[in-house]
Ligand binder design. Structure first.
Ligand code: 5GP
Length: 202
C-alpha cells in the first residue's frame, strides 16, 4: 500500500517516512461523510464553511460527495501557536462572503488538534445567529485536545504526529499528495520537534 501510494509521486518518495492513509481509504471515508450529511440535511440547503488553506482539498471532495443542494464559503485566519501566550487567539484575515444568519452551517475542518482554533471560530460563527452549527472534521488528534468540542461528523482519529498530504502542508509543501503521510525526520530543519514543526495557521 505504501509503495503503491508513492509510485506516482517519486519526487516526494525520499521525504515520506510512512503512508498512514491511502487515497482510497480517504476517499471512502469522505464519501461516507457526504452521504451522512446528505441524509441529515435533506431539504435544508446547508452552508459549508471552510478555513483556508488546508481544507480546500477535503472540502472540494466532500462537496461533490454531497448529493443535496448545498453552498460553500471560506474564511481565512492567522492564529498564534498553541504554545504561545496568546494561544487560541485567532485573527480573521478573510471573512465569509455570505451571511449565515438563519442558515444551517456545517463548519468543515481538515484537522482538529488542540481544538483552540475551532473553538474560537465556532464562537465567532455562533454569534452571527445561524439556525444550526455543526462540525465536520476529516482528521482528529484526540490526544492533544484542550477544549472538548463535539465533532458531529468525523473522518479519522490520528496519533499525535505532524501529518501531511490531502491539503495538509509542511512549510507549504505536500498539500497535493492524495494520501496522508508522515515525513522523514531529515525533512525537519533545525532540530524542531516533529509534532510542533510546521504547524500552520490555516
Ligand atoms: P488546533 O487549534 O486544533 O490546535 O490546530 C488546528 C490547526 O493546526 C489545523 O487547522 C492545522 O492547520 C494545524 N495542524 C494541526 N495538526 C497538524 C498536522 O499534523 N499537520 C498540518 N499540516 N497541520 C496541522
Amino acid at each position: 500500500m505504501q509503495r503503491e501510494s508513492l509510485e506516482a509521486y517519486p519526487a516526494f518518495a525520499p521525504a515520506i517516512r510512512e503512508v498512514l492513509l491511502s487515497a482510497e481509504e480517504i476517499e471512502a471515508r469522505v464519501q461516507a461523510l457526504g452521504q451522512a450529511i446528505s441524509q441529515d440535511y435533506a431539504g435544508r440547503n446547508p452552508l459549508l464553511v471552510g478555513v483556508l488553506r488546508g481544507v480546500f482539498v477535503f472540502l472540494a471532495d466532500l462537496y461533490r460527495a454531497i448529493t443535496i443542494p448545498a453552498e460553500v464559503d471560506f474564511i481565512s485566519v492567522a492564529s498564534y501557536s498553541a504554545e504561545s501566550r496568546d494561544r487560541g487567539v485567532v485573527r480573521l484575515i478573510k471573512d465569509l462572503d455570505l451571511s449565515i444568519m438563519g442558515r444551517d452551517v456545517i463548519f468543515v475542518e481538515d484537522i482538529v488538534d488542540t481544538g483552540l482554533t475551532l473553538n474560537f471560530l465556532l464562537r465567532n460563527l455562533q454569534a452571527r445567529g445561524p439556525a444550526s452549527l455543526e462540525v465536520c472534521a476529516l482528521f482528529n488528534k484526540p490526544k492533544r485536545r484542550l477544549i472538548d468540542i463535539p465533532l458531529k461528523y468525523k473522518g479519522f482519529d490520528l496519533p499525535d504526529r505532524l501529518v501531511v498530504g490531502y491539503g495538509l502542508d509542511y512549510r507549504e509543501r505536500y498539500r497535493n499528495l492524495p494520501f496522508l503521510a508522515l515525513l522523514e525526520p531529515s525533512v525537519f530543519l533545525g532540530g524542531e520537534k516533529e509534532n510542533n514543526a510546521g504547524r500552520r495557521t490555516e
